[in-house]
Design a protein around this ligand. Structure first.
Ligand code: PMP
Length: 364
């Protein structure tokens, strides 16, 4: 629709227009029920059919094995920073964190309250532009888990494959908030995957946790009931009132991703978009720069700076006039950032790249 902008926000972020239109068409009367999804009992048959389809579509998309539970929770990914150590560790247990950006750092700091985490690698001195080589990781043989942030939203660094956990009984845990459902993932490599929905799969207010079922039921005594994975798993995410409308929206997105042919197809589109944008940056003779090491550049969040940094505010302002919004980088790093999640069309990236070329021609 001509009223819509190309929204490059990091999250909440752009959603497929077709999904928004479908939600619009069902807003006041869902499927002949005479009610909006917002008005339904979360225990009624209508909502049960919605949450069950959302879960089964997500299972199909990611190929989630039966030994894993899928939970639709609240509190954002930030709540999981505490829920993970509370559910999986005793206070004295040692765990490892690889810190490739601000989100991994926040996860580590929160874990300090509930167990004994150690940062075994940090990219801080390189301003979070790298992923370590896995052989160099000094993993603790006793670590209950190894935590990574699969895609650092602010810095634009993404794991392209995953380390093996050294402790044979340890598990790998990944914060996939900003690359969830952007490409296929072998879920069986992980003990826990978690993601806030508001980047790739829906509105804010829904947090998805995928956890191997044998890890349920060992939470610390002090774990609040709302953070206890076993309680939510035993109750199919209906222990208390879940974020019903958000789950419905995620369900519409999952359905749309399946109709696009699944995550292999989605990944192809994401690679094509990211390539177009990174090439434009790399071929600008230094006018634009992306600080991230090429092999680990994110398909989702593309940070870049201008050689003439005094022009950055002008860049963001002019782009907004052309209906390309939210291109300002995170306040902690400055510069620009284009988030190009699943729902950003190729045409949006094309328009941005054309604008970048034109801006360069006028300001070089
Ligand atoms: N992890 C990552 C990778 C994120 O990008 C974000 C949000 N930007 C968070 C965690 C925190 O998520 P929330 O705001 O849902 O708590």
């Amino acid at each position: 629709s001509p009223d819509r902008v190309f929204n490059f926000a990091a999250g909440p972020a752009t959603l497929p227009e077709s999904v928004l239109r479908k939600a619009e068409s069902e807003l006041v009367d869902w499927n002949g029920s005479g009610m909006s999804v917002m008005e339904m009992s979360h225990r009624g048959k209508e909502f049960l059919s919605i949450i069950q389809k959302a879960e089964s579509d997500l299972r199909q998309l990611l190929g989630i094995p039966d030994e894993y539970a899928v939970l639709f929770l609240q509190g954002g990914a930030t709540t999981q920073f505490a829920a993970i150590p509370l559910n999986l560790c005793k206070p004295g247990d040692e765990v490892d964190y690889v810190v490739t950006g601000s989100w991994g750092d926040k996860a580590f700091k929160e874990a300090q309250k509930y167990c004994k985490p150690k940062v075994i690698w940090t990219g801080k001195s390189d301003k979070y532009t790298k992923i370590p080589s896995f052989e160099d990781l000094d993993q603790n043989v006793h670590a209950k888990y190894l935590h990574i942030c699969a895609n650092e939203t602010i810095h634009g660094v993404e794991f392209k494959n995953y380390p093996t956990v050294r402790n044979p009984e340890g598990i790998l845990i990944a914060d996939m908030s900003s690359n969830f459902c952007s490409k296929p993932v072998d879920v069986s490599k992980f003990g826990v995957i978690y993601a806030g929905a508001q980047k790739n799969v829906g509105p804010s207010g829904v947090t998805i946790v995928i956890i191997r079922k044998d890890l349920l039921g060992i939470a610390q005594e002090i774990t609040p009931v709302m953070l206890d994975y076993k309680i939510h798993a035993d109750n199919n995410s209906l222990y208390n009132t879940p974020p019903c409308y958000g789950i419905y929206m995620c369900g519409l997105v999952f359905d749309d991703l399946l109709k696009q042919g699944g995550l292999k197809e989605v990944e192809k589109k994401n690679v094509r978009k990211a390539q177009l944008l990174y090439d434009a940056i790399d071929n600008s003779n230094g006018f634009y720069r992306c600080p991230v090491e090429k092999s680990v550049r994110s398909l989702m969040n593309v940070p870049f700076t201008l050689e003439k940094s005094e022009l950055e505010a002008e860049f963001v302002k002019e782009a907004a006039k052309e209906k390309m919004v939210q291109l300002k980088g995170h306040r902690s790093v400055g510069g620009m950032r284009a988030s190009i999640y699943n729902a950003m069309p190729y045409a949006g990236v094309e328009k941005l790249v054309d604008f970048m070329k034109d801006f360069q021609a006028r300001h070089a």
